[in-house]
Design a protein around this ligand. Structure first.
Ligand code: NAD
Length: 344
C-alpha cells in the first residue's frame, strides 16, 4: 500500500508517432488558433517550412533565431513580434531553447503553445519557464506556459547528432532522478520517472548502435516526455538549481552541464530515497545509481566534467559559494568533483 500522498497531474495532449508533424495544422484547429507565430530552431528550418506551408493563411509570422537560456532581449523581441503579427497561438519546433522562447511569450499573453520537440529536454511537458538577464537566470512556474499540445515525431530527431542526443538524454535522466527526491515527489512521479529512465537507457543504447532507427528515437521521445512530466509534478531540486546557476552565470551548455553534475549530486542525494534508488538502478541495469549514470554518459561520450565545458576551478568554487547557504548538502564537494569529472 502506498503512503498517503497528493499528486498534481498536468493536462496536455500528447501525440507521438512517425509522421505526426503532418498533424500540426489539425492540432492548431483543435485549439481554435487562427494566427500562428511559428518559432523554430535553425536546425529545424526545413521542418518549419513544411509546417508553415501546411498552415496556409493561419500562418502569421516566424522567428528563426533562438538562443539557450532565453536571453531577456530575445524574449522581449518575441513578445513584440507576437503582438505585431496578432498571433493567437504559437507553434514551437526545436529543442528546449525554441520551446523556452515560446514560453517567454505565454505568461503575459496567455497564447496557447503547441510544441514539436526535436531534442529530449522535456521542457514541452513542464510549466517551468526560464529567462536570463545580465548573467542571472531566473526560473518560475506558470501553468500558462505549459504547452497545450505536444507533437513528438521521431523523424525530426533521426538526424540529431549523437553528441547532442547523448547530452540531451542526460538532461532527461536528470529529470527522472531529481523527480524522486524533491519535496513534491510522490509514488506517481516515481513510477513515471522509473519508466522514463528505462525507456531512455534502452533508446540511448539503441541509438548508439543505429542512430537513425525510428524505434530507438521513439523510445527516447517517450522517455523524455515521461521524464518531463515527472519533473513537472515533482518540481525541481538542488540538482536543477545548480545547473541553472551554472548555465545562466557562465553560459554553459544546458544538457552537458546536467551530465557533469548529475552523477555527483546523485551520489549524495539518492541514498535519501532508497526505494526509488533501487527502482532506478533496476531500470538502468546497474548496482549503483550514481556510477551507472556516470558510466552510461561515458559510454555515450558525453563530457562528464565541467572543466571540459570551459568552467574554471575558481568559477566552480564561486558557484558553490552562491548556493551554499540555500542547502544542507556539501555543494562545494559536489561541484569540485563535477568540475574534475571524478567517477562518483
Ligand atoms: P537547444 O534547444 O539549444 O538545442 C541544442 C542544439 O541542438 C542546438 O544547437 C540546436 O540547434 C540543435 N538541434 C536541436 N534539434 C535538432 C535536430 N533535430 N537536428 C539537429 N540539431 C538539432 O538545447 P536543449 O538542450 O534542447 O534545451 C536547452 C534549453 O532548454 C535551456 O535553455 C534549458 O534551460 C531549457 N530547458 C527548460 C526546461 C523546462 O522545463 N523549462 C527543461 C529542459 C531544458
Amino acid at each position: 500500500m502506498p503512503e498517503p500522498f497528493t499528486h498534481v497531474g498536468l493536462a496536455s495532449r500528447v501525440v507521438l508517432g512517425a509522421g505526426s508533424l503532418d498533424e500540426v495544422a489539425a492540432e492548431v484547429d483543435l485549439l481554435g488558433v487562427d494566427r500562428v507565430l511559428l518559432i523554430a530552431t535553425r536546425s529545424a528550418r526545413d521542418w518549419a517550412d513544411l509546417v508553415q506551408r501546411s498552415l496556409g493563411d493561419r500562418f502569421a509570422g516566424r522567428i528563426d533565431e533562438v538562443r539557450q537560456h532565453v536571453p531577456k532581449e530575445k524574449a522581449d523581441a518575441a513578445r513584440a513580434k507576437a503582438a505585431e503579427v496578432g498571433a493567437t497561438g504559437i507553434v514551437a519546433i526545436g529543442g528546449g531553447s525554441a520551446i523556452g522562447l515560446a514560453k517567454a511569450i505565454a505568461p503575459t499573453t496567455g497564447l496557447p503553445i503547441i510544441a514539436v520537440p526535436t531534442t529530449y529536454s522535456g521542457s514541452e511537458m513542464t510549466p517551468v519557464w526560464g529567462q536570463t538577464d545580465d548573467g542571472e537566470k531566473t526560473t518560475g512556474t506558470d501553468l500558462k506556459v505549459l504547452p497545450r499540445t505536444v507533437i513528438y515525431d521521431p523523424i525530426l530527431t533521426r538526424d540529431l547528432p549523437l553528441k547532442i542526443t547523448a547530452a540531451s538524454v542526460a538532461n532527461a535522466l536528470a529529470h527522472c532522478v531529481e523527480a524522486t527526491w524533491t519535496d513534491k515527489a510522490d509514488p506517481i512521479t516515481e513510477v513515471t520517472a522509473v519508466e522514463a529512465a528505462r525507456a531512455l537507457r534502452e533508446g540511448l543504447l539503441q541509438t548508439l548502435q543505429s542512430p537513425t532507427d525510428l524505434e530507438a528515437r521513439s523510445n527516447l521521445l517517450y522517455g523524455a516526455s515521461l521524464a518531463g512530466s515527472a519533473l513537472a509534478s515533482a518540481g525541481t531540486g538542488i540538482h536543477h538549481k545548480l545547473c541553472h546557476l551554472l548555465g545562466g552565470t557562465y553560459n554553459l551548455p544546458h544538457a552537458e552541464t546536467h551530465a557533469a553534475v548529475l552523477p555527483q549530486v546523485t551520489r549524495v542525494k539518492a541514498p535519501e530515497v532508497t526505494r526509488a534508488k533501487a527502482r532506478l538502478e533496476a531500470a538502468l541495469e546497474t548496482d549503483d545509481l550514481a556510477t551507472g549514470l556516470f558510466e552510461l554518459f561515458t559510454q555515450a561520450e558525453v563530457p562528464t566534467s565541467l572543466r571540459e565545458l570551459g568552467l574554471t576551478e575558481q568559477q566552480a568554487a564561486e558557484a558553490a559559494q552562491r548556493v551554499h547557504a540555500k542547502t544542507t548538502i556539501d555543494v562545494s564537494e559536489i561541484l569540485h568533483r563535477a568540475w574534475e569529472g571524478t567517477a562518483p
